[in-house]
Ligand binder design. Sequence first.
Ligand code: DUR
Ligand code: ZN
Length: 133
Amino acid sequence: MDTSLLIMEAKKAREKAYVPYSKFQVGAALLATDGTVYHGCNIENAAYSMCNCAERTAIFKAVSEGVRTFQSMAVVADTDGPVSPCGACRQVISELLQRDTKIILTNLKGDVAEWTVEELLPGAFSPEDLNEQ
Ligand SMILES: O=c1ccn([C@H]2C[C@H](O)[C@@H](CO)O2)c(=O)[nH]1
Ligand SMILES: [Zn+2]
């Protein structure tokens, strides 16, 4: 799927954001290798620490459906430059997306940056680290 189409999907996902506290809407569209697109939005809660980001919503939706291999993920918000995923999402992305999954970060103005999983979180703690003692 074309990058611009995946960005359009992320914008559609963003419209579903539940953000009564921050009012900051984020959308993600995760393209699986079988061509299925999983939408994610951020979902907030009055107990603020329970807020879930758009990226993790999309990833957890796909993984909970048994889908584990991904071509790309687009993320969009109304930011000055391309939106920057938080640390928690970078950690989850590093474990559940592949080395060659493209991460497309963008904003409503149309700035686009493409990152690799490794660039988002160099030296990430990984499942292999659990087996080294
Ligand atoms: O990449 C990001 C950055 C922030 N948020 C959400 C978390 C919270 O709901 C709101 C403000 O941080 O935006 C995301 O969903 N993705
Ligand atoms: Zn996040």
